[in-house]
Design a binder for this molecule. Sequence first.
Ligand code: NDP
Ligand code: HSE
Length: 436
Amino acid sequence: MIEYRTLRIALLGAGTVGAQVAKLLLEGGDELGARVGARLELVGIAVRDLDAKRTVDLPRELLTTDAERLVLGADIVVELLGGIEPAKTLILKALNSGADVITGNKALLAEHGPELFDAAEQVGAQLYYEAAVGAAIPIIRPLRESLAGDRIQRIFGIVNGSTNFILDRMTEHGATKDEAMKLAFELGYLEADPTLDVDGYDAAQKVAILAGLAFHTAVPLSAVYREGIGDVTPEVVERARSLGYVVKLLGICERVTTADGLEGVSARVYPALVPQQHPLTAVHGGNNAVFVQAEAAGDLMFYGAGAGGLQTASAVLGDVVSAARRHIAGGPGVGESTHAKLPLLGIESARTRYLITLRVADEPGVLATIASIFAEQGTSIETVQQTAAAGADAPTASLVIGTHHALEAALAATVEALRASSVVTDVASVLRIEGA
Ligand code: NDP
Ligand code: HSE
């Protein structure tokens, strides 16, 4: 009989994800241990409230409210509390006591990643975070390891499961945003503070993490331009559909070369119109899909469950196995590489396309005036669709104008000039088009 070494695992949190991690560890720990060559022992689970109702029946004797004490005796600490504190302090304590740490906490990584990675490197430990982006989808390890020898140009896709679920329910089932949010909550997709999802913070945190890995540059959350889904009403979804598009909240990061030849990183999150034939429009419910364009590898697509307790637990368990193997093998952990230190560019440097819906006076010369506004700002029009809406005294028309790719700065200036024009009654909506 093989005598395995025992590795002590401390779990912080038994909520949507933590409870599933505990269940998988308790039920399948022996099998995982055999894969690793160690006995994996779940030594305790830190929670706030010992008596809280949980989605999984957990042995009472494992629960504790003393997270600090639990962390100190562990070889591997799994942090699934969420938020900045006490998660940050506990992770630093764990690393400094020699434990490897696994976290799904993108909020913490996007705000304090460099400090945590430094702490891990100082003591030769490792911080694993596969669950922090794309939940069940392996995307961190492919970027960190499989694609480490390539040069990534662009990453874009759907990185927030709950807003994808909400927009999908609005698009496919005609649900209101509130109805869809209630369902997303019941499915465990939303963050403890749902504004993190709907206002685009969660997606921005993930984009910051992906951009850092892809471009070997520390990308703070503040460098990610962010718009949430607050302005996406059923009317916007319907108008998009009538024009052949689906509204998706997208996360994008890419290498951009500015007019003066400077190469930098553009990182952004916003709702955008995606053409109905694009594969992203087939990403339904709480799923995520991330496209990676790399110089040598070409186009890659990563798809799967982007939220949910059990699905996320899969990524966490994968990290547990990696951490356990590293513990057994010994040697220092592998740090993050941020050597490239590329400049971080603002939204104005991005090249995008707009679809602008205007209400204008329906009279001679109006179209020419509108066209001259676009020309003055150097914005090239690709499509124009006019619908007449005749009124008794002042006939008006609805114009839907699609642009070619242009610098965001020029597009924004065009919209500003349209708003100021006397022939424009209303700029009804301005949406970016991506994936066309
Ligand atoms: P939950 O809010 O469902 O669970 C949080 C858990 O942490 C609860 O068990 C809670 O205890 C415990 N907790 C919170 N604060 C403390 C504290 N101060 N001391 C002790 N225990 C505490 O969160 P999730 O499981 O949804 O998310 C956990 C992490 O995983 C987050 O970082 C999230 O961003 C990330 N994540 C979540 C995904 C998802 O689909 N839900 C997907 C990918 C990542 P108690 O139960 O007693 O209140
Ligand atoms: N709230 C997050 C989402 C969970 O909706 O994507 C997964 O990170």
